[in-house]
Design a binder for this molecule. Sequence first.
Ligand SMILES: Cc1cc2nc3c(=O)[nH]c(=O)nc-3n(C[C@H](O)[C@H](O)[C@H](O)COP(=O)(O)OP(=O)(O)OC[C@H]3O[C@@H](n4cnc5c(N)ncnc54)[C@H](O)[C@@H]3O)c2cc1C
Length: 362
Amino acid sequence: MRYDAVVIGAGPGGSSAARSLAQKGLKVLLIERKTLPRFKLCAGCLSARTSTLLPEGWRKKVLNTIRGGILGFKGGLETHLRAKDDIAFIVDRRDFDLFLVEKALEEGVDLLQEEEFLTFQEERGSYRVVTNRRTIICDFLVGADGVHSKVARLLGYRKRKLFRSVEFFLESYGGDEVRIDIGFVKRGYGWVFPKGEGASVGMATAEKEDLMKTFLEYSSYITERVPQKVLGWHIPYAEGWDDVSLGKERVLLVGDAAGLVDPLLGEGIYYAIKSGQLAGRAVVESPSHPSTLYRELLRSTVDDLIYAGKIARLAYRFQKTAFRMGSLGGLDLFYMLLRGEESYRSLYRKGWKKFIKSLFVA
Ligand SMILES: Cc1cc2nc3c(=O)[nH]c(=O)nc-3n(C[C@H](O)[C@H](O)[C@H](O)COP(=O)(O)OP(=O)(O)OC[C@H]3O[C@@H](n4cnc5c(N)ncnc54)[C@H](O)[C@@H]3O)c2cc1C
């Protein structure tokens, strides 16, 4: 079997890369180890700016449109702000991810599901990609195989910063506001995101602490119901260039496999789709050195994650101050960020430096 490009993993990163490559005329194979549609533990919150990257028809996949938020601190103080416009959309990941795969297939991508990628080797200028069922020869390989990416490990990437996260589905909740609670865990937050008639209730932390114990306390604050089927998974995050693994030569990594997740909010879907699309562009525009161009194309995105990391370190170290900032106009700035009208760089420059300085002076 021979393809121009093989993409491993049919999450948002993989299907976006495959679609982008096929749109540019390459013969593409997408390999997924699970049966589609597959379950993915995720709150399914797409920031409004993600919509600019999505194929036509995405609105049909939206379960809830978010128009406001509540920021809570330690189960006591709360601030509430409606947004002037849509700030986010909630999707079911089984349905949404399948939609993106179907859009890739419409562009001529071939799909193999229930097939596990095992390894690859370079051979006479091409790559030999080995799955549990066959061997495929290709010129370009894209690793979109998630947080514990095998492609990344085979390229020699080891280090990874991780949030540990837990989540369960609360059956009746609804509404059009997201709830974020800080002050429960050291570096992370609790969330309630409406999802259809119910809600995703979850918590993530980047610190070594008893997450399950704190999560049970948190969920008893949110609901009288005893959480059922609490599931946990890892979310990578990047605060700088050392935390991202973008690939080498003609092997590119996208989404979680590249560590491309926001270190403050844990938002990964936007970055997976964006990096998938940019990987496609890099292969076509620079076929002999795609990894160099890919890095360039992602420069402003990764540079902005550095500012997200600076904000995250301050916000999680001074959580009460962060809460106050949110109440004093910070939430509105965040809504602009989610809509793509602000960057983390400008948010940092506008708010935090001044605030922290005044805090120390005080
Ligand atoms: C609890 C939780 C809540 C989250 N909430 C949000 C949220 O609300 N908003 C947001 O933006 N992000 C959220 N995230 C992060 C988001 O889920 C990820 O960043 C996103 O899924 C990354 O997409 P991806 O395509 O890179 O990887 P994935 O979606 O993980 O897809 C990787 C795919 O690769 C396949 N695969 C893996 N190994 C192999 C192999 N060897 N062979 C073949 N296939 C393979 C997997 O089966 C999978 O389908 C959350 C994460 C968690 C854990």
